[in-house]
Design a protein around this ligand. Structure first.
Ligand code: TXA
Ligand code: MG
Length: 543
């Protein structure tokens, strides 16, 4: 099927609307502009048309459709009862971005309402949609005109991209003014309940109705087995291909978080004017103070992520204390599959200490207690075996450190790099930035699922990473105790143990940089010391 793209304005003659109206009267489906998002319209009284809508979108059959009318009077055919509150809402907000749920009439096919005994009705303000409904002479059932699960379309080209070849026509009526779907409120409950926030805000609804409840599903994921009041709430929604992650916290925190990212396909979606301070690629989606601007650009920005083949996007979270942002928040939470990083709650803690000081025991304790632990030794080994450009730089600096198969000959590198303090310095200046980059990446991943990330690394002070941590822990034990520990742990002779220990900086170097010292030797009791660290970390977190 070829999909025709037809431009229409309200000034066009009835004749120009006829080809679309004919298709609709004939039970076909057409992409139409509304002031919220584009809809995929079909005759609401035709089960065939409704079936085609579900097919074209790939939408689950139990997710009911909104029925669009051109004026309030037309709802009498669709609903079995018109409560006073419905009239009040229509007077205040129709035509406009508000959908009202009411008990349905016999005339509405049950496929429209997904088998429910209620029906959603809305009178769109977009003049082209309004005129088209009038000319068709039938109410139009229309979900958003995206493929199921994708961000809703706010431009005709979005619809064309999703549904080209699946439907006969898309009407181009320009860019949608609102950009997020209508507010959905049900009047079929004892107290009116907001099921989906939109740009008719909660405040505005309360001003007309008095008490309005907010459905739990507006801001929360469904619990297993939970029933939803609005079936659309249970599906994955608004998702671009990129992984969307919502990030809470100040602009400063956001910058210092995303600026650790060195990945070309990662984007940040931020408020207007904020892009300058950010090192990743950036999309600005409107000023943070204006919910209508954020809504307007939201889906277009999410769709743009697919266009540029972004793999991940960190999104600045709008102010959650302002109910006017509910619509944008609700869509973003779903686009992110409820993945939220709350930077106000995150702690990045460095852990270091001399050999045998008990670092590993401490990091295991944190791992067992729900922290994400990054082991600097493992990262170093990984970087040295995988990063080819790093190997060639090392080879340029030291010469003759590669085996015949191009892999690193560690022994050779150690011989050359540890032959003098200057050479050691040179080695560090090459490998520390590469190791830090990899640790940064792991910290960002860790923060997706954990509130506490511990970086356990012997050279965390020398590499400069310690200064990025919210706190630095130093494990400490006296020389003799550490010597006994590494002799028995690594099966070393006393001589080898001493060689290893003597290469390290003195105690003062570590202790002077510590925010917290963990004494891992008697008479200190380890479990008590660990308790103290936890308390220290929790206190820091609340700062
Ligand atoms: O702005 C809009 O509302 C756009 C434009 C095209 O008008 N339409 C739209 O439709 O967003 P759709 O199908 O994508 O979303 C309709 C929402 C879904 O979450 C659905 O579950 C809910 O409304 N809904 C429809 N009928 C319902 C009913 N009887 N009871 C509860 N929820 C209902
Ligand atoms: Mg939709």
């Amino acid at each position: 099927m070829d999909t025709q793209l037809v431009k229409l304005t309200v000034k066009d003659s009835t004749d120009k609307y006829e080809s679309a109206a004919c298709l609709l009267r004939d039970g076909q489906v057409v992409g139409i502009p509304t002031e919220t998002v584009y809809g995929l319209a079909g005759n609401a009284f035709s089960s065939d048309a409704v079936k085609r809508i579900f097919e074209a979108k790939g939408r689950p059959q139990d997710n009911p459709l909104i029925v669009h009318v051109s004026c309030f009077e037309e709802i009498y055919d669709l609903v079995s009862e018109v409560p006073e509150n419905a009239k009040k809402l229509a007077d205040a907000f129709w035509p406009g971005p508000l959908t009202i749920i009411l008990p349905k009439s016999e005339k509405v096919p049950s496929c429209v309402t997904g088998g429910l005994n209620t029906v959603a009705v809305r009178c769109p303000a977009h003049p082209v949609a309004n005129k088209l409904i009038k000319i068709c002479g039938v109410p139009l059932a229309a979900p958003s005109a995206n493929l199921s699960g994708k961000p809703s379309p706010t431009k005709a080209e979005h619809v064309y991209k999703d549904l080209n070849g699946r439907i006969p026509m898309v009407i181009d009526g320009g860019e949608c003014e609102e950009g997020v779907e209508s507010t959905v409120i049900t009047l079929a409950t004892p107290v009116p309940k907001l099921l989906r926030p939109g740009n008719v805000t909660l405040k505005q609804l309360k001003a007309v109705l008095g008490e309005v409840k907010v459905d739990d599903a507006v801001l929360n994921p469904l619990k297993d087995g939970e029933r939803v009041s609005s079936p659309g709430m249970k599906y994955k929604h608004y998702s671009p291909d990129a992984k969307v992650i919502l990030v809470r916290g100040s602009y400063e925190k956001f910058c210092s978080f995303v600026n650790k990212c060195y990945d070309d396909s990662t984007y940040s979606m931020v408020f207007k004017g904020e892009g300058k301070g950010i090192n990743t690629k950036v999309i600005e989606y409107g000023t943070g103070e204006d919910y209508r601007q954020l809504s307007h650009f939201l889906f277009d920005s999410l769709r743009y992520l697919d266009e540029i083949k972004a793999t991940k996007c960190y999104v600045r979270c709008p102010d959650e204390s302002n109910d006017d942002n509910l619509a944008v928040l609700n869509r973003l939470l779903r686009a992110a599959a409820f993945k939220v990083i709350d930077l106000n709650n995150k702690m990045l803690v460095g852990l270091t200490g001399k050999t045998g000081s008990g670092k590993t025991t401490i990091s295991n304790y944190f791992k067992d207690n729900g922290a994400f632990v990054i082991d600097g030794d493992i990262v170093a080994r990984q970087v040295l075996s995988e990063d080819e450009s790093l190997l060639s730089r090392l080879n340029d600096a030291f010469g003759g450190i590669l085996a015949s198969d191009g892999t690193l000959n560690r022994k050779k590198l150690a011989e050359k790099a540890f032959s003098s303090p200057e050479k050691t310095e040179l080695l560090n200046s090459i490998i520390h930035p590469a190791i830090n980059n990899t640790i940064h990446k792991q910290v960002m991943l860790g923060f997706e699922d954990y509130d506490l990330v511990i970086v356990d690394a012997a050279a965390i002070i020398e590499s400069g990473f310690a200064s990025e941590c919210d706190a630095l822990l130093v494990a400490h034990a006296p020389f003799e105790i550490r010597k006994e520990r590494i002799i028995s742990r690594d099966n070393l002779s006393e001589k080898d143990a001493l060689i290893r220990m003597n290469g390290q900086k003195d105690d003062g170097f570590y202790l002077s940089k510590a925010d917290f010292v963990i004494n891992t030797y008697p008479p200190f009791v380890l479990s008590e010391e660990l308790q103290k660290v936890e308390t220290f970390i929790n206190n820091r977190r609340q700062l």
